[in-house]
Design a binder for this molecule. Structure first.
Ligand SMILES: Nc1ncnc2c1ncn2[C@@H]1O[C@H](COP(=O)(O)OP(=O)(O)OP(=O)(O)O)[C@@H](O)[C@H]1O
Ligand SMILES: [Mg+2]
Length: 209
């Protein structure tokens, strides 16, 4: 189902999600305003990743519904775990989202590389994922998503495995590029990261705290 109002990017309405009988989200509701940026916090296991998957349309709730005003292709989820194509270089991975959307190879590559630079990756273009650290791989995955300029970007702990300075750069870039157009949700354990956002979704025992 789609939303008529474009002021709301996605609405989660009375959702329940349970895994093997264990309820993770219970009668959970939240609304993402178009162009707003959210920090998503909560203890490990509180359901942050589960909520991101719901918002991305990658998980169907057991009860309730998730309604969106966006096209499926306008929504990108960047997982915390490595998600690169292992046979492709960092630059090729970073440009993959654009290539899949029909952008010509040379332009896709230069935009992908530009995005790698914006995330502080200066000499990794030709490296394969296996030659990169976990934090570098995650930045390549973030570059791949950001290069596409999605309407809704869901980033799962994008600074979790980065040093403080690099984490700040990544966050600055994310927030700056999101601007007024991109709706952004960043799951994080780091209060300093969460503090950068005006809007907070705090999960506690499957509810909004
Ligand atoms: N596919 C699954 N099958 C079974 N249980 C799951 C599945 N996905 C999540 N869970 C359970 O749901 C709960 C919430 O998981 P989730 O990954 O959403 O938490 P999280 O807040 O992202 O945690 P973290 O901060 O550690 O990433 C956990 O208890 C987890 O074990
Ligand atoms: Mg998680």
């Amino acid at each position: 189902m789609t939303l008529r109002s474009t002021d709301v990017a996605v609405r989660v309405d009375g959702v329940k999600v349970a895994f093997s009988g264990r309820t993770v989200l219970h009668d959970f509701s939240v609304e993402l305003s178009t162009g707003s940026q959210y920090a998503l916090t909560g203890r490990s296991g509180s359901g942050k990743t589960t909520l991101l998957l719901l918002l991305a349309g990658l998980l169907t709730p057991d009860e309730g519904r998730v309604v969106s005003s966006l096209d499926r292709s306008d929504v990108l989820y960047v997982p915390q775990a490595p998600s690169l194509i292992v046979e492709l270089t960092a630059a090729q991975n970073a440009s993959l989202g654009l290539r899949l959307r029909g952008v010509p190879p040379a332009e896709a590559l230069s935009r992908g590389v530009e995005q790698l630079r914006a995330l502080g990756l200066v000499d990794a273009d030709d490296a394969l994922p296996g030659q990169l650290s976990g934090g570098m791989q995650q930045r390549v995955a973030l570059a791949r998503a950001m290069a596409v300029r999605p309407r809704l970007l869901l980033a799962d702990e994008p600074t979790g495995s980065l040093d403080q300075a690099t984490g700040r750069l990544v966050l600055d870039t994310l927030i700056e590029q999101a601007g007024q157009e991109m709706t952004l949700v960043v799951a994080t354990h780091d209060p300093a990261v969460a503090g950068r956002f005006d809007h907070h979704i705090q999960l506690d025992h499957g509810r909004v705290a």
